[in-house]
Design a protein. Structure first.
Length: 139
């Protein structure tokens, strides 16, 4: 499975895509939309500095797809299906393939991550983890 994220064309605070989402999908009252757009602008410009370069906003959008990825992988595990997130692939070739198929919507979407689902052919070594107290610090 290939998870796609929206690019700056759709995720920037002043994009036509966001305006359409607020107006036609969420059906926000017209008087609410300008304040919502202002808050998104402040978030993107000041809070997270996502408009400093094109990559920052796409990376943020990609992180949002990882929420769905985690849920898919957990749900698969609960029904006995193995999964593996994959970022190790040739991005240029994969983008070219998806673009040729018209799946990137002329630059409005980009590849975030891929994930494979299936059943293992053989048992793997038992998993090991660092001690809980080595990775979690309570403050």
């Amino acid at each position: 499975m290939i998870l796609l994220a929206r690019t700056k064309l759709d995720t920037a605070y002043d994009s036509a895509y966001l305006k359409d989402q607020f107006t036609n999908v969420l059906k926000l009252p017209a008087e609410v939309i300008p304040k919502t757009m202002e808050r998104i602008e402040a978030f993107q410009k000041d809070d997270f500095r996502l408009l400093d370069n094109d990559r920052a906003l796409f990376d943020w959008a990609s992180k949002q797809t990882y929420l769905a990825l985690g849920n898919m992988m957990t749900a698969a595990a609960q029904i006995g299906i193995d999964s593996c997130p994959i970022e190790g692939f040739n991005m240029e070739k994969m983008n070219q393939l998806l673009e040729e198929e018209g799946l990137l919507e002329d630059g409005h979407l980009g590849i975030s991550v891929t994930v494979a689902f299936g059943y293992r052919a053989k048992e793997i070594y038992p998993k090991t983890r660092r001690a809980f107290d080595d990775v979690v610090k309570w403050v």
